[in-house]
Design a binder for this molecule. Structure first.
Ligand code: NAD
Length: 372
């Protein structure tokens, strides 16, 4: 018998030029915009902020990839100093994730460390409005209740999950993604594909998310190479942003699986971007997915036009190679004697057990060895 629960409290607005309507979604007149240096220096963040005529708008633009807890605390200080009533995160997952926790800390006390990664305090109900505007087509963070932060003190990156992180509004404008360089288009786009397939084969999968995930995978396969080859392709950019959104909604309900679990040490210890760290193990995880989800994967292969799981995995790998993405761990600098350790760290993330295959020290190490 099918049983599931589905919750999507964020308003989703997608369309070319949609950020011109930002003002109608804000609360109060003091707004903190959080972004990264590129989006500030390119003028993209200020162009969006210019739509908030009559408001006091401040910018915190020092967000780095895989944002640290220290950046979060500095941004929270800026929000408190402003008395922010709305926090707007503009950027990839890094800036959006920081905006989520800052919208909470703005009306609360203390440091992120008090609430996360060993901290014991619980966030008070959020009073500051949260709006997320993605500029990559990948993370889906604009529609999830997750933030991912790097605890530099412990040298680990881990997710923080709370219902306070559902954005009030996800505002998507495909034009914001035109400036993505090809390599970032590829890695973030394949991150979206990972979200979709991990929602689909997840032990906690459910019919609504399955439908979204299959469509997201179809869209990525159809449009990622065109977006990579021509960043100004209106159709490719729009369809990739839609794919990322659908995949985000899908995994926001199911969570992710082994691909994301193993990605964390590849990012913190080898410096791989999030999308690269995830997609490098994607073909290998597809190859073992029949172990616990054969019938479902057969249906997926049929829906996407492949005859078998191995053919599907080979096609995904070929697509990655066509976009100059690494497909071997050695390309990230990983050596044979590190595989046991990477497997061990990956196994420390509870989501790994949502993978449709036995996940233990031996099987995860073997999977990693198969792509060394
Ligand atoms: P990112 O936000 O770290 O940005 C990567 C790079 O792309 C940056 O240098 C940035 O300046 C640049 N960039 C962003 N938009 C651009 C644009 N339009 N044009 C040119 N350059 C642009 O990358 P990301 O992959 O979007 O986010 C990764 C982070 O999100 C990781 O920390 C990851 O763990 C997290 N994440 C969160 C969720 C979630 O649900 N909260 C889901 C997946 C990943």
């Amino acid at each position: 018998m099918t049983e599931f629960s589905y919750c999507m409290p964020s308003r989703i607005v997608l369309g070319k030029g949609s950020t011109a309507r930002l003002k109608q979604y804000i609360q109060g007149d003091r707004v903190l915009i959080i972004c990264d240096p590129f989006l500030y220096q390119s003028g993209a963040a200020e162009r969006i902020g210019a739509n908030l005529e009559g408001c006091t708008v401040s910018y915190f633009h020092a967000i780095e990839p895989n944002p640290s807890c220290e950046s979060v605390d500095a941004a929270a200080e800026a929000a408190r100093a402003l008395g922010a009533q709305t926090v707007v995160g503009i950027g990839g997952g890094s800036s959006m994730d920081v905006s989520k926790i800052v919208s909470c800390l703005a009306g609360d006390e203390g440091s992120i460390y008090d609430y996360y990664s060993g901290g014991t305090r619980t966030l008070s109900p959020r009073t500051v409005r949260l709006i997320c505007i993605p500029t990559t087509a990948g993370t889906g963070s604009e529609v999830t209740n997750v933030g991912v932060f790097t605890n530099k003190k412990k040298g680990i990156k881990m997710p923080f999950v709370t219902d306070q992180f559902w954005p009030d509004v996800a505002l998507l404008d495909p034009e914001l993604t035109y400036s993505l360089p090809p390599a970032v288009t590829a890695s973030t786009g394949m991150d979206a594909f990972c979200h979709a397939i991990e929602a689909y084969w997840n032990k906690e999968s459910q019919p609504i998310c399955d439908a979204l995930a299959v469509e997201a995978m179809r869209l990525v396969l159809a449009h990622i190479k065109a977006a990579y080859d021509d960043g100004n392709s209106e159709t490719a950019r729009e369809q990739m942003q839609l794919a990322s959104l659908l995949a985000g909604v899908a995994f926001s309900q199911t969570r992710t699986t082994g691909i994301h679990a193993v990605s964390f040490p590849l990012t913190t210890e080898y410096g791989a971007s999030h999308g690269t760290a995830c997609s490098i193990t994607l073909p290998a995880f597809i190859r073992i997915s029949g172990e616990g989800a054969q019938a479902k994967m057969d249906r997926l292969c049929a829906a996407l036009g492949y005859e078998s799981i191995p053919q599907f995995a080979d096609a995904v790998e070929a697509l990655m190679v066509s976009m100059n993405m690494p497909t071997r761990l050695s390309q990230l600098g990983v050596q044979e004697d590190a595989l046991e350790h990477i497997a061990q760290v990956g196994l420390g993330a509870a989501i790994i057990q949502l993978t449709p295959a036995v996940m233990n020290q031996e099987t995860v190490t073997a999977l990693l060895r198969s792509i060394l």
